[in-house]
Design a protein around this ligand. Structure first.
Ligand SMILES: [Fe+2]
Length: 483
């Protein structure tokens, strides 16, 4: 029998009370106030987002709409038709039965437990039950509320799963993963870090991370870290992507580091992934040496056709590299002009040896043919995928800043910087050394030529660097001209 059926006007009465009042007006007042309070509780219970129930004789005598909805029913499908055990997962039946029984038999005043329920459609939910012993219509009853934990548990479960996934990755990854707090102290340390740096986790936790990097980075890195910790801007640490690490035994190693910043419960955290790149760097250096040897051999092979210009390219390469370094240009440009220097005249392969070693001045036709070496060199070199503009350097090394050069008559910045450097190195080398049609004129003469045409034929910055190299830094070609 549904609660509403018991007393359709006043709704459920939670406690049977005997009303004893002497006067009828008092009785009426009390009745009316009782009705009001019943109305209030009914409203509260019916609109509660928490499921509420009342059990007697192991049957639901009342359930609120939320309770019914949690199980996928309407209240009238449950009340006086189903008992708690009908809605419980078979594995939890004993537990629920026991908890209801205890209250009905007066063994327990209150109970609190979780149990799995089965919805009308068969899906399983998890609820937390807060139950109480009660008396309804003079007989023992169990009342309580039910909170649906299904979603919360699912969320917790997926959080736990992702935490586990992260933990297992964190520990199994070969790279070192180090987390530090805003005070630059290590707060997390994986096995990879243990292997790479040689410190056990318990040994390093709470220690300043700065001891893990080479001394020469410490000051700068710490200053940048403090700025990053204040602003939360991890980009301030980008320049430390390549760094030297220090192991527990004091040995240093080349490391690559990427850093992420995140907000933990206890404040800002920085997590760095650090990788030992010694082997990779060594392999790269070996490959670069190999490339240099091959290019050098090729460069020398080109020059065997023309004994007068032997070592010309090697000399130009060495001077161009020194000029680029003197100008403070990036390592990539310094290396680029070196390789460009070694190969800038490969186009001469296509010029007949008689013309190359002709002891008398060239005819206009012969000169035009010689000038072709820039284009031919470009054609040969453009097929090689160098990390530097080597083919362009070969093409442009006879261009002049005022546009008087060849093959295209480019001016100023139209000529790539590397070619402007090669032009200066080329002309200094050529004047300094012996040529078939003239004896060597020496470096002094060569430098005078530079000064004379500084800013006209040659880039003034390049000229200045070259002059400073010879006059102040004592630069000399490996094969000095006999003057
Ligand atoms: Fe040339």
């Amino acid at each position: 029998m549904a609660v509403g059926d018991v007393n359709s006007e006043s709704g459920p009465r939670w406690q049977e009370e005997e009303l004893t009042s002497s006067g009828s007006s008092n009785l009426e007042r009390e009745l009316s106030s009782l009705k009001e309070s019943e109305e209030l509780f009914r409203l509260l219970v019916e609109s509660s987002p928490v499921g509420a129930y009342l059990i007697q004789d192991f049957k639901f005598v009342y359930v609120n709409p939320t309770f019914a909805e949690l199980f996928g029913y309407k209240p009238e499908e449950i009340v006086n038709r189903l008992g708690p055990l009908d809605l419980v997962h078979p594995d939890d039946r004993r537990k629920v039965e026991e908890n209801v029984r205890k209250r009905l038999q007066g063994e327990a005043e209150t109970v609190r437990y979780t149990a799995r329920g089965v919805r009308k459609d068969g899906t399983v939910i998890v609820g937390e039950i807060f139950g109480q012993r009660a008396t309804f219509r003079g007989r023992p009853a169990a009342v309580g509320s039910l909170v649906d934990l299904t979603e919360k548990l699912r969320l917790l479960e997926s959080l736990k799963e992702s935490e586990e996934r992260y933990r297992s990755m964190f520990q199994s990854i070969k790279d070192a993963i180090v987390t530090v707090d805003a005070d630059a102290q290590v707060v997390d340390w994986n096995k990879g870090a243990e292997r790479l740096f040689g410190y056990a986790r318990e040994e390093i936790l709470g220690q300043p991370f700065i001891r893990l990097v080479s001394e020469r980075y410490r000051g700068k890195l710490l200053a940048a870290f403090r700025r990053a910790a204040e602003s939360g801007d991890v980009r301030l640490l980008e320049e430390f992507a390549e760094i030297e690490g220090v192991r527990r035994n004091g040995t240093e190693f080349a490391a690559e580091m990427s850093i992420a910043c995140w907000k933990g419960r206890e404040g800002l955290r920085f997590t760095g992934i650090i990788r030992d790149v010694t082997e990779r760097k060594e392999a790269f250096a070996r490959l670069e040496r190999l490339l240099e040897e091959v290019v050098f051999a090729f460069s020398a092979a080109v020059e065997t056709r023309d004994p007068y210009t032997a070592r010309h390219q090697a000399n130009v390469a060495a001077l161009a590299r020194a000029i680029a370094a003197e100008m403070g240009l990036p390592e990539k440009v310094v290396k680029g002009v070196y390789f460009g220097g070694l190969l800038h005249d490969v186009g001469k392969l296509s010029i007949p040896t008689e013309i190359l070693s002709k002891p008398t001045p060239l005819t206009p036709t012969e000169r035009a043919l010689v000038e072709q070496h820039t284009l031919k060199g470009y054609e040969i070199l453009k097929r090689v995928n160098f990390p530097w503009p080597v083919a362009e350097m070969a093409l442009q090394h006879h261009e002049r800043v005022d546009g008087s050069g060849y093959p295209r008559g480019l001016k100023g910045d139209e000529i790539i910087l590397e070619a402007r450097i090669l032009a200066v190195a080329d002309v200094v080398e050529a004047i300094s050394h012996h040529r078939p049609y003239r004896p060597a004129r020496g470096t002094t003469q060569a430098l005078r030529e530079l000064e004379e045409h500084r800013g006209v034929l040659y880039d003034p910055r390049v000229v200045d660097a070259c002059l400073s190299l010879f006059r102040e830094k004592g630069f000399r070609f490996e094969t000095e001209a006999e003057v």
